[in-house]
Ligand binder design. Structure first.
Ligand code: NDP
Ligand code: 2IT
Length: 459
């Protein structure tokens, strides 16, 4: 027994060294990509128990291959604004890993987009897509184009130029983009129109998140937010808790945030606050979601305007302070690193029971540490927000079969997928010696499927 223990320790030490070596190499090769380093650090440290058990992964160089994108495309996006002036943005598509299916992942339009952001998102997408159980590899794209304040015509011209280049690299069996921050049904529509024109063919499965009238799946709009709440509800059940009568704070007021609020309310919760990048609104009696939807989906206004209709609510500048509002459940659904250790400590001191990540990497590594040390139930992004891409894969399946399922059918499949992701993450955490740690469980469960496929396919 003592000898076995000793061997185990040695294998763990070898695995730890392997992980450190790979992380070191990432930093040397791509020194200016802090978000990518952060995502890699979180994932790779989690994998030590698997690497110690399955030493063949090391022999096959799986980690070295996993952290190096199969292809990175960076391109110029020239377009003409409404004053006739030529503008130039930068476009990206990172095709990270195709072991289990064509590259799949969203497109983000936001001024902060750069190679680090696209790579962190693409890297996380590998694990997330694997967790869904669907046949989709990992990819991501975007541009530093800022859609705020642009006219509809400017958006269309920009998107057409973006797609003119992107179309050379995508296809229903190659790489299938979708939406993300700043990219919704309007942008997907223009992308699809331009792709169709350039290809001279109606390849519905080249993009997901399409309008239901031309090949989009019902419930794709709701999928990420609903899925996050389904996942958190499963996590709460393990402690005999639920959303019913709980106070919930949700950051953001975009696609993920709005439908997370909707499902939480349907399950009996009271959502008291949400935000945009300018500030946040708070109503201790519960927000009126219809007003938020009208402002953000129909009219594209700022969250501050909520006060016009609900003068008894409160508006505060500085979106980061939203975490100072006492709640039972916190759902960060805006953007990366929006919740740091200080905010996590405030949430803990206010008695938060659970945190579910609707956004990608919204909690810093230090914040996650604070939650873990204080026994807060924590649902990591890769698992909790996988419902969006899962329904994207269902959209691809419907497109291939040339049919469309009802909202209820898609929603039921989404629910089942989220329950499975939770179950598989719980089981992987237990199997590899970290019961209750969903960060480790999700990373391991997502990793094994991809790593095994990579081993079987050779280099
Ligand atoms: P939207 O563009 O619909 O909404 C984004 C929301 O987050 C807006 O309220 C926006 O405010 C706020 N926000 C964006 N950037 C910042 C910032 N730097 N600081 C503060 N607030 C910010 O995007 P989604 O809802 O689609 O995406 C939200 C998150 O969920 C992202 O992390 C995305 O990667 C992730 N995600 C999205 C999926 C999807 O299917 N759409 C699937 C899985 C994850 P403002 O309007 O002021 O910019
Ligand atoms: O981060 C994500 O999972 C998404 N933005 C959705 C990707 C997709 O292909 O539906």
């Amino acid at each position: 027994m003592a000898i076995q223990e000793k061997i185990k320790t040695t294998e763990t030490q070898v695995a730890e060294k392997y992980v450190e070596k790979v992380l070191e190499k990432i930093k040397q090769r791509s020194p200016h990509e802090p978000e990518f380093h952060q995502a890699a650090e979180e994932a790779l440290h989690s994998l030590v128990p698997v690497l110690a058990k399955k030493t063949e992964y090391m022999e096959h160089g799986i980690l070295e291959r996993l952290v190096e994108p199969e292809r990175v495309i960076s391109f110029q996006v020239p377009w003409t604004d409404d004053h006739g002036k030529v503008q130039v943005n930068r476009g990206f598509r990172v095709q990270f890993n195709s072991a289990i299916g064509p590259y799949k992942g969203g497109i983000r339009f936001h001024p902060s987009v750069n190679s680090s952001i696209v790579k962190f998102l693409g890297f996380e997408q590998i694990f997330k897509n694997s967790l869904t159980g669907q046949p989709i590899g990992g990819g991501k794209g975007g541009s530093d184009f800022d859609p705020k304040g642009k006219s509809d015509q400017e958006i269309m011209r920009f998107v057409q130029s973006f797609m003119t280049e992107l179309s050379k690299h995508i296809g229903p069996d190659i790489d299938v983009p979708a939406g993300d921050i700043g990219v919704g049904p309007r942008e997907i529509g223009y992308m699809f129109g331009q792709y169709k024109k350039l290809r001279g063919a109606y390849e519905a499965g080249v993009l997901t998140g399409k309008g239901p009238g031309y090949g989009g799946s019902l419930a794709r709009t709701e999928a990420t937010g609903y899925g996050t709440v389904y996942f958190v509800e499963e996590m709460l059940k393990t402690k005999a808790l639920s959303f019913a009568r709980k106070t919930v704070v949700v950051s953001g007021s975009g696609n993920v945030s709005i439908f997370a609020m909707e499902k939480a309310i349907q399950l009996g919760a009271k959502v008291v606050a949400c935000s945009d990048s300018d500030g946040y609104i708070y109503d201790e009696n519960g927000l009126n979601l219809e007003t938020v939807k009208r402002l953000k989906i129909d009219r594209n206004e700022r969250i501050k305007q909520y006060m016009d209709e609900h003068p008894n609510a409160y508006y505060f500048d500085n979106c980061h302070n939203i975490w100072s509002i006492p709640c039972d459940i916190a759902l960060p659904c805006a953007t990366q690193n929006e919740l740091d250790a200080k905010a996590a400590a405030v949430l803990v001191s206010n008695g938060v029971a659970a945190v579910g990540e609707g956004a990608n990497m919204p909690s810093t590594l230090d914040a996650i540490e604070v939650f873990r040390n204080n026994d807060v139930l924590f649902a990591p992004a890769k698992a909790a927000n996988a419902g969006g891409v899962a329904v994207s894969a269902l959209e691809m399946a419907q497109n291939s079969a040339r049919l469309s399922w009802s909202f209820e059918e898609v929603d039921a499949r989404l629910y089942e997928i989220m329950v499975n992701i939770h179950e598989n993450s719980v089981k992987a955490a237990e199997d590899f010696g970290h019961p209750g740690n969903l960060v480790i469980g999700a990373n391991i469960a997502g990793f094994i499927r991809v790593a095994d496929a990579m081993v079987m396919q050779g280099v």
